[in-house]
Ligand binder design. Sequence first.
Ligand code: ATP
Ligand code: MG
Ligand code: MG
Ligand code: MG
Length: 479
Amino acid sequence: MDSGSIRRKFLEFFEKKGHQIVPSAPLVLKNDPTLLFTNSGMVQFKDCFLGNTTPKSSRVADTQKCLRVSGKHNDLEEVGIDTYHHTMFEMLGNWSFGDYFKKDAIAWAWELLTEEYKLPKDRLYVTVFGGDKGDGLPVDEEAKGLWKAFIDEERILHGSKKDNFWEMGESGPCGPCSEIHVDLRSDEEVKKVPGKTLVNNDHPQVVEIWNLVFMEFNRKADGSLEKLPAQHVDTGMGFERLCMAIQGKTSNYDTDVFQPLITFIGEAANVKYKADEKTDIAMRVMADHVRAVSFAICDGQLPSNTGAGYVIRRILRRAVRYGFTFLDFKEPFIYKLVPVLANQLKDVFGELKAQEDYVSKVIFEEEASFLRTLEKGLKRIDAIIQEKKDKVIAGDQVFELYDTFGFPVDLTSLIARERGLSIDETGFETEMKKQKDRSKAAASKETGDWMSIGDDVKTEFTGYDSLEEDVKLVKYRII
Ligand code: ATP
Ligand code: MG
Ligand code: MG
Ligand code: MG
C-alpha cells in the first residue's frame, strides 16, 4: 500500500465512524506564547479541551503537520541518526470532544491496524498507564480490561508517568494514555529477544506508532489535578512510522514518503544510499530538514535571527553543513528539493505547491548566505581543535563561530561531538550577554523576523541582533 492510500484509508475509516475530516492547522503558531510550532495534532483543539470553544463536531479526524525541534518536544539530535524521529512529520489523529471514550478509541485503533492495514497481531504491543503515587493515580485498569478483548495480557505493558501520562505542558489538559508499538525485527531476532523488553527502549525496530490519550484531567497552575468538565479522546499516530510498518520496511527513509528525496539527493551527489553510514546520515538529514524548512516558510515563518525564525535557520544550516561536509555540496542545493517535495504532497498539502518558487528562493538565499562563511568557519574550528590541550571548545570561541561565521551553537556542539569534544555552554552564554549589553548601550536596532529576498537584494549574516529568547532556545538545545 503506498503512502497516499495509507493516509486516505485512515481518514476514510474515521469518516465512516462519524468523524468530520478537518484540514491540518498551520505548522507555525503566531498566537500562542507557550509554543512556537504545532508539535501534535491536538494543538489546534486545545481550547475545545479546555472548554473555551465548542468544536464544530464532537468527532473529528485529520493529518496534522508537526514540528518537534524546540521546547519540551525536541527530537532534533536524533534526526538522521535514527530512522524514525523527524523534525517535521505528519500526525494522523482522531478526536472525541466529550463523545466516545476509551472503549471505542481502543476498539477502532485495533480494527484499523489489524483489519484494514493488516498488521500482524503477534507483532503488536500496547502499554497502559501504570499509575503514579505523586498524583495519587492507580493503574489504568479500564484501558487494560478493554485491550484484553483483543490482545494477550502478556502483550499489555504498564508504562510510567513519563511515557503513559500525557500532559500538554506545565498546566492544561492531561490524562493517561495507551500506546501501540510494533515489532519490525526479523523472525530470528524475535525468537532471540522477546519484543516486550524492547518497548519504550528506543529500539529502532520496535517502535511506538500510535498514542491514544484519554483526557480527563486539567493540571492546575499549582500542580494539582482536577476533572475536566467532560472526557475526551486525543490520538496521534506517526504517519511515516505507520508507512514503514505497513510497507514492511525497517526505516522511515525506506518508504515512499522519503525515497523520492533520498534518490534525488543521491543522484545529485553521485552517492548510493546505504553505501556508507556517514553519507547515509547526511542524506537522511537533508531529506528530513527540507520538509521542516519548506513547510515552515510556506506557513509563514521565514528564517531569521530571532525566535521561531532562528529555529528554522538552525535546521537549515544543520542540513547545509551535512551536505557540504559529507556529500560535497559546495553550492546551494537544498532549494532544488522543494519541487520534489511539493509534487509529492500536492494533493495533501497544496500550499507548498502553490508557493513552490517563493519557498525555493528563500531557501536558496539562506543557503548562499551560509555557504559564504561555512568553509572559513569549518577551517576556524579545525584550527581551534588543533590548538586545544583540553577537550572543551571555550565560550569565546563558540561565540566567535556564532558571531563571525554564523554557526548556531548547536551546530558547533554537533561538530565538536563528532571530534570527541564538547563546548563551554555557560561561557558562550556569558559572551552572548556581553554582546547584548554592548548592543543595548549602542542602542542598536534589532531587525525583525523578516528578510528581503530578490535578485538585487543580498542577505548576509550579521549576528548582531540576537534577543534573549535565542539564548533561551540555545540553552534548551544543549540540555
Ligand atoms: P517517541 O517516544 O518515539 O519519541 P512520543 O511518545 O514522543 O514518540 P507522541 O507525543 O506520543 O510521541 O506522539 C504520537 C505519535 O507521533 C508517536 O506515537 C509517533 O508515532 C509519532 N512521533 C512522535 N515524535 C515523532 C517524530 N519526531 N518523528 C516522527 N514521528 C513521531
Ligand atoms: Mg518523543
Ligand atoms: Mg514515546
Ligand atoms: Mg507517545
